[in-house]
Ligand binder design. Structure first.
Ligand code: ATP
Length: 320
């Protein structure tokens, strides 16, 4: 293998730049030519491809977002679109492709490998932490810390006004951002799609903790369950206690990556290049029990993500 390509796809995540940097510099170190592809799969189809050198990735390890930009490509979802992409890859001499993204991006990479024999390796880049085969995805830790910072601030104002505060966080169908940030932030309640939610119990807890003299009540709500506005309105209606909703939105996707995400991204980026050089394909790089691993991409996609029920139960016990 002489030439590899790297792209970021789907939603952006802090740490993607650190992963790109590791891919480029590991590739160069091993004597490869490394091509940067802009705007995800659209960038292959449209030929937005350029050669990268060591300085192309200077001064980016601490930056959020992705210097390669990211996109969602409808055309790539069709076989015709992927055929076009394959032809462009051939023209540029790209034999191996590193795809940094979430499950959708992995599915696209898998199809490119199955249909046209392109060698692909996936690196999990998404704040959602919704991929079952890996303990962590790149960007998750930064997003949790962003949410935690917001929770700390909301706690101040919630206490001053003796209000209930409902914070809606991202994660799509995965409750990990809510669970980790909620536990770390000492939230009174964490509501996630993976666990049953009892509205009456929530209201009982709010009323009882107020009666015990608790000044604030913080509820972290995963977006996969519902909206914060509606929940705050219902809480206020039933308990008679003022409730305010905050939807954190896209700030959760930005910001300088944490040390954890930078290190994770650096290790995963390097491993992805090594796998291509070993002649491997259709592998997804991950981390399990602190060790960098790789699994078959199809197997990775078929695994069902489970939430950490120990963390959930613990949060219930120690947040009262
Ligand atoms: P995030 O988890 O941040 O949303 P993602 O990688 O899951 O990231 P998607 O929008 O699902 O984001 O996928 C990114 C791109 O991957 C799509 O725009 C499309 O080009 C490609 N893709 C997704 N699903 C498929 C599929 N079933 N077949 C072919 N390509 C796909």
């Amino acid at each position: 293998m002489r030439t590899i390509g790297v792209l970021t796809s789907g939603g952006d995540a802090p740490g993607m730049n650190a992963a790109i940097r590791a891919v480029v510099r590991t590739g160069l170190n091993k004597g490869l030519k490394v091509m940067g592809i802009q705007r995800g799969y659209n960038g292959i189809i449209n030929g937005e491809i350029f050669e990268m050198d060591s300085s192309s990735v200077s001064d980016i390890i601490h930056r959020g977002g992705t210097i390669l930009r990211t996109a969602r490509s409808e055309e790539f979802r069709t076989e015709e679109g992927r055929k076009k992409a394959y032809n462009v890859l051939k023209v540029f001499g790209i034999e191996g492709l590193v795809v940094i993204g979430g499950d959708g991006s992995f599915t696209g990479a898998m199809k490119l490998a199955n249909e046209f024999g392109v060698k692909v390796v996936g690196i999990p880049g998404t704040i959602d932490n919704d991929l079952a085969y890996t303990d962590y995805t790149i960007g998750f830790d930064t997003a949790v810390n962003t949410v935690l910072d917001a929770i700390n601030k909301l706690r101040d104002t919630s206490t001053s006004h003796e209000r209930v505060s409902v914070v809606e966080v991202m994660g799509r169908h995965c409750g990990d951002i809510a669970l980790y940030a909620g536990l770390a932030g000492g939230a009174e309640s964490i509501i996630i799609p993976e666990q049953p939610f009892d509205f009456d119990e929530l209201c009982r807890n709010i009323i009882q903790s107020k009666a015990r003299g608790k000044m604030h009540n913080l509820i972290v709500l995963a977006e996969g369950v519902g909206g914060a506005e509606e929940l705050a309105r219902r809480i206020e209606e039933i308990t008679g206690i003022e409730a305010r909703a905050t939807k954190l939105g896209h700030i959760q996707r930005g910001g300088s990556p944490t040390a954890f995400d930078r290190i994770l991204a650096s290790k995963m980026g390097a491993r992805a290049v090594e796998l291509l050089l070993e002649g491997k394909s259709k592998r997804a790089v991950g981390i399990k029990d602190g060790k960098i691993i790789d699994v078959d991409i199809e197997e990775a996609l078929s695994m069902k993500k489970e939430s950490d029920s120990y963390m959930y139960e613990l949060s219930k016990i120690i947040s009262m």
